[in-house]
Every structure is written in C-alpha cells, then in structure tokens.
Ligand binder design. Structure first.
Ligand code: MNH
Length: 511
C-alpha cells in the first residue's frame, strides 16, 4: 500500500472526504435518487438526521442496488447490491476512502490506523508494528484478561438478578468491552462496573462520535455557525480524551513497561525491516483509535445478539446445550475452547448480518474505471457500501432475509454463498484489524452468559436501533433467570483446578 497513492485530483481546495459525488461520476444522472428534492437542501423530506443509516435502508429498498442521496449540497452514492458490492471489493481498482464520518474523526484520531489516508506512511508502519498484537500468541495472552472482565460483568448481573432488576444490556456491554480493550490494550482499569454512570472517557468519546455524525448534516461552511456550542464541547471532549491518554502513556513510561500489551508494542516495537518507530503523537492517535474502535462496535454486536437470543428461545436452547457440552463445568474455559462454540459464533454472525454495527464503509476508485460494468467513475470518485442492505440482498439471502436464522452460517451454507456477500468487518487491506479480537471476546462472553442466565425480554419491547456512527439496540433491557449451574462454574475467571472433561451437566444432547 505504501507505494500506491490514492490521493484524488478532483475537488482540490476542499478537505478530502467532503467532496460530493458530482465531480467523480460522469453519468451520475443515471443513478436514481429519492423523489421530491428540495432546492439547495436536497433529499431531506422524510429524512431524520438522527437515523441516516436506517433512512438509507428505506431509500435502498425503493431505489435499488445503486442510488444517491443529496443533503446540504453534498451528494453521496450508495451501493448495496451483491454484484456491485463484489465488484467494488476489487482491491486492484478500489481502495478505502477516508470521508464523511471518518474524515470528521481526523481531529481526534489523526493518522491513527482507522482514519489514516492510504498514502500516509504511518498507516503501513502502524499496521506492520501492530499486526502481531492480533496474532494467535497475543490473543492467547488476552484471553485470561477477557475472562476476568467477564467475571466482573457476571458479578454485576448476579446482583441485578438477585435484586429483581432488569439489566441494561447496551450499557453493560459497553462497560464490558471498554474494560476489555483498556485492560488488554493498555493495562488500564476504568472501573466501569463500579460506577452508575458511564466513565467520563466514554461520555467524551460518544460526544465526539455524535459530533462527527452531526457534521455531515450541516453544510461545511455553516458548521461553525450551526454547531458553535456543540463544536466547543467537542473541542473540550477531544482535550479530555488526549489528557486521559497522555496520562496513561506517562504512567507506562514511568513504570518501565507493562506485560507486552498493545501500548508496550506501540512504545517499544520497531518496524521489522526499517527499524522505524511510532512517533509520540501517532501513539496518542493509536491509543484513542483502539479505545474507540476496540469497544463500541463489539458492544453493539453483543447487544444485538442478546436481543435475538431473548426472542428466539429455540436458538438460545441450542446454544446453551453447545456451551454445556463443549465447556462442561469448567469455570475458566480455555482459549481453544472458545472457537469450538460453533453455534454461538453463528448467532453472532447472524446478528452482525442483520445489524452490522459499523454499518457502512467507503471505497474510492484508484483509477478511472467502470463500476460493475455500468457506472463510470473517475479516479478518486467514491461510494458508500451500505452493509445492512448488502446483508439483506434477496438474491443472496433469500426472500426471508429479514428473519433471524443462525443456520445461514453453518459451514455448508457459507460454502454455497458467493464471496464478498458478508462484510461486517469491511474489506481488503483496510479491513478490521481487530476482527479476531472482537469475535473471540464476543463468543466467550455470550457463552458465559448463556450458561449462567435465562434471558427474558420485556414483552413490550420492540427493537429500535439508535445511530451514533455505530448501531445499538436502544433501551434494550432483559430479565435474567438463574440457571442451575455446576458449582465449579459459579464464577467465571476463577482458575480451574484440574481441567475437567467436557461433559454436559444439564442437557444430554448437543446441537
Ligand atoms: Mn474494527 C476497521 C468493523 C471490532 C479496530 N472495523 C474496521 C472496519 C470495519 C470494522 C467495517 C473497516 C472500516 C472502513 O473500511 O472504513 N470492528 C468492526 C466490527 C467490530 C470491530 C463490526 C466488532 C464486532 N475493530 C474492532 C476491535 C478493534 C478494531 C475489537 C481493536 C481491538 N477496526 C479496528 C481498526 C480498524 C478497523 C484499527 C482500521 C484498520 C485499518 O484501516 O488498517
């Protein structure tokens, strides 16, 4: 990637990423857009600025596999049909585009991995230095820490259950995933489970995410006017995030090193070939990037999965019998025992199909090209892949694509599907570096929760999805019921004695 410069030539003078589609798509007029365009303002009738993704899903259903939306002078092309999404995955012709919400995060995450432009040397450098932090060996070291954080969650849920209170699923999943990334990444403890309100770091982080999303809803030149108060608060949020991170880095430097976590790698590891290291400013950007990217989306994925489990007792029962069969009564399932939860993993995949918690990614043309043989694009022209709709394309997923059905991810079904049809983690060189981390953490935690609790939904609850760049089930609360537990498994994280034979204490049969 280092030698391929995907900088665009069009739209110079504007910050890249704020350009609309006008310059890059010579036949834009052939791409459908919603009816009733309002002069200057664009497609705003019936649109809700709090739910841009779900609005786009509605438009997608009406307008087809390629469409455009215009808001406040900016026009965006969306693609979601499986054939087009596959074509735009071609790495030789397309690359990640840093635009929209991601470009808006540059003030806080700079040239960190997620927000770096393809041509910035710090992307390749950080990618090479940090990739081993997500390899198998590193993951095995994170596993006991993940288990320990999960134990804090189940302690909290035990107390809520005993008190007869329903649990706040998105809130508690956010506590869990934030503590996990803070601990495994930086040896840090935010004390999330010991607080009633979210940690101020989380409040500041959500503030900057929401602000980045809101910036898209206002014409760039008017942003200072409309968002003056919000932008001042945003600056304060960023200052707070920076201060928190700088404190952590200083503490680490003073203590002379942690236990080989992500921060150690950032501070000490030299590039295997060039010997280069990350600059202090870049380390700050990376720490914020990983704290943000490393928990918000996983928290949403766990929350949606718990919602579906509470609504599909059959799937929950199958998953439980798998956990009981594979884990037996061991209080501390080992690293290798997590990937063996095949059905639990399918539940996670199916939840990420319906609600991919990072719901879109942008791709730009590396040269003049024709998308899917139909739509000419100039070098630098870009489009958003609308993942929740790609994941509902009836040609791939069938007429019942809206239905929750984990069996869509059994090995045979997966083999039978075309490539590039399931993209919750993005695509290509800039795909998610934390995929294994997220899947390991989420599968482990779902296993532990399924084994320990029955999950009962609020009868009146209807799934509402809230958007803040990521997706989250709004106001999801669940009632917990105690399951008869093998004594030894009473608390996750307690070191096991002799490893016990996998056996099923409750259900006789597997899935
Ligand atoms: Mn993650 C990139 C989704 C968990 C760190 N992540 C991406 C992209 C998607 C994504 C989509 C690509 C964005 C783009 O093309 O613009 N990530 C997820 C989802 C989960 C997730 C759905 C959980 C579920 N991500 C994690 C975790 C971490 C992480 C956990 C870190 C521990 N993700 C990243 C980083 C990038 C990224 C860093 C940017 C990688 C790069 O560009 O090199």
């Amino acid at each position: 990637m280092a030698e391929t410069d995907t900088r665009t030539t069009a739209g110079q003078g504007l910050p890249r990423g704020f350009r609309g589609a006008e310059q890059g798509w010579p036949e834009l007029h052939r791409i459908p857009h919603p009816p009733h365009r309002v002069p200057l303002l664009g497609d705003i009738l019936g649109a809700d600025r709090r739910t841009p993704v779900q609005d786009s899903m509605r438009y997608a259903r009406r307008l087809g596999p390629v469409f455009r939306r215009k808001a406040f002078g900016k026009e965006f092309v969306f693609v979601w049909g499986a054939r087009i999404a596959a074509d735009i995955s071609d790495e030789s012709r397309f690359a990640k585009h840093v635009g929209l919400g991601i470009a808006n995060l540059r003030p806080v995450a700079g040239d960190g991995l997620f927000t770096a432009y393809n041509h910035e040397p710090n992307w390749q450098l950080a990618h090479d230095v940090l990739a081993p932090a997500f390899g198998r060996e590193a993951m095995e070291a994170y596993h006991p820490m993940m288990l320990d954080v999960a134990g804090r969650l189940t302690d909290h849920w035990d107390r809520e259950m005993t008190a007869g209170r329903a649990v706040d699923v998105p809130g508690d999943m956010t506590r869990l995933t934030l503590e996990t990334i803070a601990r495994t990444g930086f040896g840090h403890d935010f004390g999330s489970f010991e607080r009633d309100r979210l940690h101020p770091f989380v409040t500041a982080m959500v503030g900057t995410l929401s602000y980045a999303q809101r910036l898209n809803t206002v014409p760039a030149p008017l942003a200072p006017l409309f968002l003056r108060r919000a932008s001042r608060r945003n600056a304060a949020d960023i200052a707070f995030l920076n201060r928190t991170v700088d404190d952590q880095v200083r503490a680490r430097r003073r203590s002379g090193g942690g236990d080989g976590d992500l921060l150690d790698r950032m501070l000490d590891t030299a590039h295997p070939e060039t010997g280069e290291r990350l600059s202090p400013e870049n380390v700050r950007h990376q720490v914020i990037t990983f704290l943000v990217a490393g928990h918000e989306t996983t928290s949403g994925a766990l929350s949606f999965a718990l919602h579906y489990l509470s609504r599909h007792p059959d799937a929950a029962a199958r998953a439980r019998s798998e956990v009981d069969r594979v884990w037996g009564d061991t209080p501390a399932p080992g690293y290798d025992q997590v990937a063996k939860l095949r059905y639990v993993r399918r539940i996670l995949d199916e939840s990420l199909r319906l609600w991919p918690t990072a719901p879109a990614y942008a791709r730009e043309a590396r040269q003049d090209t024709v998308l899917a043989g139909e739509h000419p694009m100039r070098r630098g022209a870009w489009a958003l892949v609308l993942t929740p709709m790609l994941h509902r394309d009836p040609e791939v997923w069938g007429a019942d694509a809206e239905e929750f059905d984990p069996d869509r991810f059994d090995a045979k079904a997966v083999r039978g599907r075309a490539p590039h049809t399931f993209k919750p983690f993005g695509t290509g060189a800039r795909a998610c570096i934390g995929r294994q981390f997220a899947l390991h953490e989420a599968t482990l935690v779902l296993g532990l929760l399924l084994r320990r609790y029955g999950l009962r939904p609020d009868p009146g609850y209807r799934l509402r999805v809230t958007e803040r760049l990521t997706l989250m089930p709004e106001g999801l609360r669940l009632h917990l019921e105690r399951r008869a537990l093998p004594v030894a498994a009473a608390r996750a994280g307690v070191p096991a004695g002799a490893a016990s034979e996998p056996r099923c204490p409750v259900h006789g049969t597997g899935d």
